[in-house]
Design a protein around this ligand. Sequence first.
Ligand code: NAD
Ligand code: AHE
Ligand code: ZN
Length: 375
Amino acid sequence: MKTRAAVAFAAGKPLEIVEVDLDGPKAGEVLIEIKATGICHTDDFTLSGADPEGLFPSILGHEGAGVVVDVGAGVTSVKKGDHVIPLYTPECRECPSCLSRKTNLCTAIRATQGQGLMPDGTSRFSFEGKPIFHYMGCSTFSNFTVLPEIAVAKIDPAAAFDKVCYVGCGVTTGVGAVINTAKVEEGATAVVFGLGGIGLNVIQGLRLAGADMIIGVDVNNGKKAWGERFGMTHFVNPTEIGEDIVPYIVNLTKRRGDTIGGADYTFDCTGNTKVMRQALECSHRGWGKSVVIGVAGAGQEISTRPFQLVTGRTWMGTAFGGARGRTDVPKIVDWYLDGKIEIDPMITHTLRLEDINKGFEMMHAGESIRSVVVY
Ligand code: NAD
Ligand code: AHE
Ligand code: ZN
């Protein structure tokens, strides 16, 4: 079939809207009509050329929602008409990682996914007779796309596509980082670095977990009101405090009787390796946990004095908020439908596919929280 898609033909170039060819689903695969897709900073990261796994030409996008329109042989868990969210972290429930119960990082199709291909080693997309790579197994910047059955979460059809597409990455990553990865407890102190589409979801996750002190850090003062909207109790702009951010936060988080200071939990949602270090070092001696969420470019490394870890801080990371997609994504959609978490106010812009590049421009300018493309 033919489908409209925004194609990344080369790194650093705007996406081009063209009609591409799409082969139907093979055994164990599902054809999905994408109804809406968010634009995540990671799409921008890959388009920039900084992603070691970035491939061109490809169809980016990994934060979608849509409807199953066809299924390949042997598919049993979804059927035509089901409302679904594509999963860049699948859940096969059979691989050693899924069976370990220690991680959400299913390994069933990770190798081919990283090569921009379906599990059989081929692409379903082509343009003018040449293959186009899939992206993160999802390629939601195409109106129609094909995914393996294990990478599709069936959701309540009452949920609006142009809102719950955000559960496909940002919401689940932020809320899941708090609940699944850090396992934040009631009354905790926490610091969130970077109040964008991910950081604000960390903040609402902290509110849900019952954290007492939720400090937001951003270089953009426009993010203060955004953080407060979702439960942030203190805002710090590191460029305006006149001292290093680490002692500043350590001092701010000193509780009665505590002479040391430091937050129970810190989260990097910037992708900046210097910020990752600051986040670790302002977590509390003896028990502080610092979670890396931000994605850093090829060749970048993190460092700290080993003493920071010797003295009891834990440096950890999370992908997709530790969520097991087919199990957890439908639950998060239900939380949204039940009013337990918010999504609508974070979707600041709704665009047509033709205007998708504007979404990237607004992200660069810090004007949007989430832009969503509606097909
Ligand atoms: P975004 O662009 O919406 O937000 C980033 C925020 O960080 C902005 O508000 C910006 O002003 C702020 N910022 C930049 N430099 C800063 C600094 N030095 N100190 C403090 N704040 C600073 O991006 P997003 O969509 O929220 O994504 C954030 C990061 O998370 C990206 O690196 C993205 O690739 C990554 N990500 C990771 C996962 C995962 O599973 N681990 C999932 C989604 C996104
Ligand atoms: N491909 C990059 C890293 C990109 C990355 O870390 N991706 C996250 C999701 S970001 C979503 O917005 C992830 O899930 N990683 C785990 C995985 O298996 O891809 C690189 O550095 O090579
Ligand atoms: Zn993402």
